[in-house]
Design a protein around this ligand. Structure first.
Ligand code: ADP
Ligand code: MG
Length: 688
C-alpha cells in the first residue's frame, strides 16, 4: 500500500526551530530576544533602518557618507595584511561612471562566494586612503528582490551572536506567513481610518517598499497597540460603571466645617482634588481615582476630608498602608484631624493584640467604627465592614492600578477607590496607561517649605561630604543613605546595601558604628519595622537602605539624604528620595554621589540639582531616556513596540475609537480577534 506523507503548510504557531538554519544554539539566542515561534519572529520589529534606498553612481561617492553602489566586480582577490596578519579581501567594482576599491577584513570566504563579473550592491562608507576605499560594506548580489541593501534596511535589536544580517533572511523567509496573522481591528474602523491591513503592515515594517509605506505601516501598528489598550481600559471602565457604589451626598456645610477646623489653609491644588473626590463620592458608580503629588504635598489631609464626608453620611472608610509604621503614622495624623468631629479612628496592624482586635472587628461589622487604618495584608484578610463607602490605598502600588480591593462587606455595593502616590506620572502617560483611571494632581506645595539643597558629589569630593554628614550627626540630625541595585542577580539589593553598611561602619564613621542600621528587601517585616522605629526614635543616626524598600516615614529630624550611584536612578525617583528630608524646620541637603563622568549622565543629574518639581523631572527623564525607564512602569507588564506613549493625538484617537466601538457593539460580540488580543490586559485591568 502506498504511504502518504501529510505535508502541512507552515504555520505562524510553529516553533522557530522548524526553520532551516536554526540550530539549538540559535534557538536559545532567539529565545533571549523573546522569539519562540514564527509569529514572534514576524512581530519582532526593526529598531531602525539604514537608508540604502538610493543608488549612487561611483563617480559621486564621497568620503564619510553612507552610500549604496551597484557595480560589477572587475577584480577580486585575497591576501594577508603585512603587520597584523589579517585576512583581507579586496575587490574593484566598476559602473558606467567609474571604479571603486572595496576591502573586507577577516572574511576570507568572500573570494569563494563573489566572483569576477558578478554584479553586486555594496553599502557603507568610503574613506580616502590613497584613493577612495569602502571598508567592510554590507553587500549583496544583484537580484530582483534585494534583501540586505539597496533599500531601507532593517536593523534589529541584536543579541550576542545574532546579528541583523542573520535575522534578515530568516524574517524575509517567513514574511509570506504574515497573512495568517489575525486582523483584529474592526473592519469598519480599518476602512474609515484607511489603515493598512495587518499582514501588509508587518511585511512593510520589515521590508518597506518606500518611506511612505513604512510610515503607514508604523501608523497602523502603533494604532493597534494603543487601541487594544484603550479597549481594555474602556472595558474595565464599563464594568466599573455598571456596579453600584454607596452614594455619599455632597454637603457643603460639612466640607466647610472640615476645612475651618484645620490648623492650616488648604492649598489650591488640595481644594481642587478634594472637590473632585467629593463629587465622585456622590455618584452611584464607584470612583477609581489616583491622587498624585510629591512627597509632602499634603495628600493625607485630602484623604481625611473624604473620610470625614463619608462618616458624616453614616458610612465607613478604610485606609491601607504598606507598612505598620506608616499605618501608625497615618492613624496619628488622621485621628488628630477627625477628633474634633467625634469620628473614631481604629488602628489594625500585625501587632494589635487579640484582645483589642476582637471588639474592633465586631464594631466594624456592626458599622460602629467609621474609620479604620491599617496594613494592607491584614485588612484584606479578615475584616468585614457593614457599609464601607471609601477605601484609600497609600503608596502600595506605585501606579495605583490593577488593584481591586478584596475588602468584604455586608452589602453588594462596591466602595469608592482612591489610591495615593508620590510617583510623578506625566498626564499623557497617565491617560495612556490608565484609561480607566481619573487623576487628581497636587502640583503645589504647602507654603513655607524650604527646598532641599541638592549637590552632585564627584569622587574627589567624597571626603568633604562625609565630614559634613559627621557634623550633622554630631548636631543631633539623622541621615538616609540609599544604595542602587548593582547586580541584576541581586534584585533586593541586599548585597550593595550590606557592603555600604560595612564600609560606613568600618572605614568612614567607625565612631558611629553602633548607630548605623541597615534596611533591605530580605528583612522580615517585623525586622524592617523595628529598624524604622529605631530610626524614628533617633537611636539610629544613619539608615542605609536599598531603593527597593519604601521607607516613606516622616522623620522631621532627618536632614541629609545621601544617594550612592545616583546616575543609576531615574530622575523622578531621585526626587522622591530627596523628598524624605526637609520635612522639619531645619535646613536639609541631598547629596548625589556619582562616579559618572560622561556629559549626558552629569547633565541628567544636574537637572535634579536645579529642578524642584517631580513632574518636570519625570518629563525630562522621558525625554532623555524614554518612558521605559519610568520607575514602576515595568510593573505594568506590557511593552509597547510602536506606540509613542506621549503621542497625545494617538491616545485620544484610540480612546475615542474604543468608546465608539463599545457604543456599536457593547459586548464585542462581533470582534473575536480583538477579544483574544485583550487577554494581554486581563491582569492589568482585572478584566473578566
Ligand atoms: P504626603 O503628600 O507626602 O502624604 P502629607 O500628607 O504627609 O504629605 O503632608 C505633609 C505635611 O504637610 C504634614 O505635616 C501636613 O500636616 C502638612 N500639610 C498638609 N497640607 C498643608 C497645608 N495646606 N498647609 C500647611 N501644611 C500642610
Ligand atoms: Mg503620604
Amino acid at each position: 500500500m502506498p504511504r502518504f506523507h501529510v505535508v502541512r503548510d507552515p504555520s505562524v504557531d510553529d516553533p522557530v526551530a522548524n526553520l532551516a538554519g536554526v540550530s539549538d544554539k540559535t534557538e536559545a539566542k532567539l529565545a533571549r530576544l523573546g522569539i519562540a515561534t514564527i509569529r514572534d519572529l514576524l512581530l519582532f520589529f526593526p529598531r531602525r533602518y539604514d537608508d540604502f534606498s538610493t543608488i549612487t553612481p561611483i563617480a559621486f561617492v564621497r568620503p564619510g557618507v553612507k552610500t549604496t553602489v551597484r557595480g560589477r566586480i572587475y577584480d577580486i582577490g585575497a591576501r594577508q595584511t603585512k603587520y597584523k596578519r589579517m585576512a583581507l579581501t579586496e575587490a574593484v567594482l566598476s559602473d558606467d561612471s567609474g571604479s571603486l576599491r572595496v576591502v573586507w577584513f577577516n572574511q576570507p570566504w568572500l573570494v569563494k562566494s563573489l566572483q569576477k563579473g558578478d554584479e553586486i550592491f555594496v553599502a557603507g562608507e568610503a574613506d580616502m586612503n590613497g584613493g577612495l576605499v569602502m571598508k567592510n560594506p554590507d553587500h549583496e548580489k544583484v537580484s530582483l528582490r534585494p534583501k540586505n541593501v539597496a533599500r531601507l534596511v532593517p536593523i534589529y535589536r541584536e543579541t550576542e551572536g545574532l546579528t541583523s544580517k542573520w535575522l534578515r533572511p530568516k524574517i524575509q523567509m517567513v514574511l509570506p506567513l504574515a497573512d495568517q496573522l489575525d486582523e483584529f481591528l474592526p473592519a469598519e474602523l480599518l476602512t474609515r481610518r484607511e489603515l493598512m491591513a495587518r499582514a501588509e503592515a508587518v511585511r512593510q515594517v520589515h521590508y518597506p517598499a518606500s518611506a511612505a509605506r513604512l510610515d503607514r505601516a508604523r501608523d497602523r501598528l502603533a494604532f493597534e497597540e494603543m487601541f487594544v489598550l484603550q479597549v481594555a481600559a474602556q472595558m474595565a471602565k464599563r464594568a466599573r460603571m455598571a456596579r453600584s457604589a454607596p452614594v455619599v451626598p455632597f454637603d457643603e456645610p460639612t466640607a466647610r466645617g472640615f476645612v475651618r477646623a484645620l490648623p492650616f489653609k488648604l492649598t489650591n491644588a488640595q481644594r481642587v482634588a478634594a472637590w473632585q473626590i467629593l463629587q465622585d463620592l456622590a455618584r452611584p458608580a464607584p470612583m477609581n481615582r489616583l491622587l498624585e503629588g510629591d512627597v509632602g504635598s499634603g495628600k493625607t489631609v485630602v484623604a481625611a476630608m473624604a473620610m470625614h464626608h463619608a462618616a458624616h453620611a453614616g458610612f465607613q472608610s478604610v485606609l491601607l498602608a504598606p507598612t505598620e509604621i506608616l499605618a501608625r503614622q497615618h492613624a496619628d495624623v488622621i485621628q488628630s484631624i477627625l477628633e474634633p468631629f467625634q469620628i473614631d479612628v481604629g488602628l489594625l496592624v500585625g501587632s494589635t493584640p487579640a484582645s483589642a482586635r476582637k471588639p474592633m472587628l465586631a464594631s466594624l461589622a456592626q458599622g460602629q467604627l467609621p474609620v479604620l487604618i491599617g496594613t494592607h495584608a491584614l485588612i484584606e484578610e479578615d475584616v468585614q465592614f457593614k457599609d464601607l463607602a471609601l477605601s484609600v490605598v497609600d503608596e502600595q502600588h506605585r501606579f495605583g492600578v490593577g488593584q481591586r480591593l478584596a475588602v468584604r462587606q455586608k452589602t453588594e455595593r462596591t466602595p469608592h477607590f482612591l489610591s495615593m502616590t508620590a510617583t510623578p506620572i506625566p498626564r499623557t502617560l497617565g491617560l495612556t496607561l490608565f484609561g480607566d483611571l481619573d487623576i487628581s494632581i497636587l502640583d503645589e506645595m504647602p507654603p513655607g517649605r524650604r527646598p532641599v539643597k541638592t549637590g552632585l558629589v564627584p569622587p574627589g569630593k567624597r571626603a568633604d561630604a562625609y565630614n559634613f554628614i559627621r557634623k550633622q550627626v554630631e548636631a543631633g540630625r539623622q541621615v538616609f543613605v540609599i544604595c542602587p541595585l548593582i547586580q541584576e542577580s541581586d534584585k533586593l539589593g541586599v548585597r550593595s546595601a550590606t557592603q555600604e553598611l560595612e564600609k560606613l561602619q568600618r572605614d568612614v564613621f567607625p565612631e558611629l558604628a553602633s548607630r548605623i542600621a541597615l534596611l533591605h528587601g530580605r528583612l522580615k517585616t517585623t525586622e524592617k519595622e523595628s529598624v524604622m522605629s529605631a530610626f524614628k526614635r533617633g537611636e539610629v543616626a544613619i539608615l542605609v537602605s536599598t531603593s527597593v524598600v519604601e521607607v516613606g516615614i516622616d522623620i522631621p529630624n532627618a536632614t541629609v539624604m545621601m544617594i550612592e550611584g545616583a546616575d543609576r536612578f531615574g530622575l523622578a525617583q531621585l526626587h522622591q528620595f530627596r523628598g524624605r528630608v526637609g520635612r522639619g524646620s531645619d535646613e536639609s541637603w541631598c547629596f548625589l554621589f556619582t562616579d559618572a563622568e560622561d556629559p549626558p549622565s552629569l547633565k541628567r543629574l544636574q537637572a535634579v540639582v536645579t529642578n524642584k518639581s517631580g513632574f518636570d523631572l519625570a518629563e525630562i527623564d522621558l525625554d532623555l531616556r524614554g518612558w521605559g525607564d519610568l520607575a514602576g512602569y515595568r510593573q505594568h507588564g506590557k511593552d509597547f513596540k510602536m506606540a509613542n506613549l506621549l503621542d497625545a493625538a494617538l491616545i485620544s484617537d484610540a480612546q475615542s475609537e474604543a468608546v465608539r466601538l463599545f457604543e456599536r457593539d457593547p459586548t464585542l460580540a462581533g470582534e473575536q480577534g480583538l477579544r483574544r488580543q485583550l487577554s494581554a490586559y486581563r491582569q492589568v485591568f482585572a478584566l473578566d
